[in-house]
Ligand binder design. Structure first.
Ligand SMILES: [Zn+2]
Length: 146
């Protein structure tokens, strides 16, 4: 029987929790210290949000960039189609720049937690890894991988 602390939720539930800014693993709240700052570890289950890997932010960066860019590109294409043939190109140019910058900031916490949810679905948490997270990780102790 699976350890209830490392029971793997379906991917869609973990992504849903992430989109509600909750811990993808256990669903706990309280992961934010501000819009652009998250806690190091979940206050309930102890999972470190970067899973103890120094380059973990790259996945969140990719999700953030793709989501922000596709949403803004879709909106700009919609504006161009809706206003054709008198497309406000200057508004699209400067509004697009502002929207991309704003979109990346708005999407930041969602992308970070969504990446964690995706990673947890691809590399499920083990009891050994969760114990490592709860001990605080680091301090020369290597992260146990599957
Ligand atoms: Zn948690």
């Amino acid at each position: 029987m699976a350890d209830p602390d490392v029971r793997v939720a379906p991917w869609w539930r973990m992504v849903g929790r992430a989109l509600l800014l909750r811990c993808p693993h256990c669903g706990a709240r309280g992961l934010q210290r501000g819009w652009l700052r998250l806690v190091d570890a979940c206050p309930r289950c102890g999972l470190r949000l970067e899973r103890g890997e120094s380059d973990y932010f790259l996945g969140a960066y990719l999700v953030n960039l793709l989501v922000a860019e596709f949403i803004v590109a879709g909106i700009l294409v919609g504006v161009a189609i809706a206003t054709w043939p008198d497309v406000p190109w200057t508004l699209i140019q400067w509004g697009g720049i502002a929207a991309v910058i704003g979109g990346v900031i708005v999407a930041y916490p969602f992308s970070k937690l969504t990446w964690l949810a995706w990673d947890l679905s691809l590399r499920p948490l083990t009891a050994a890894e969760l114990a490592w997270h709860r001990r605080g990780g680091g301090d020369g102790e290597e992260l146990p991988h599957r």
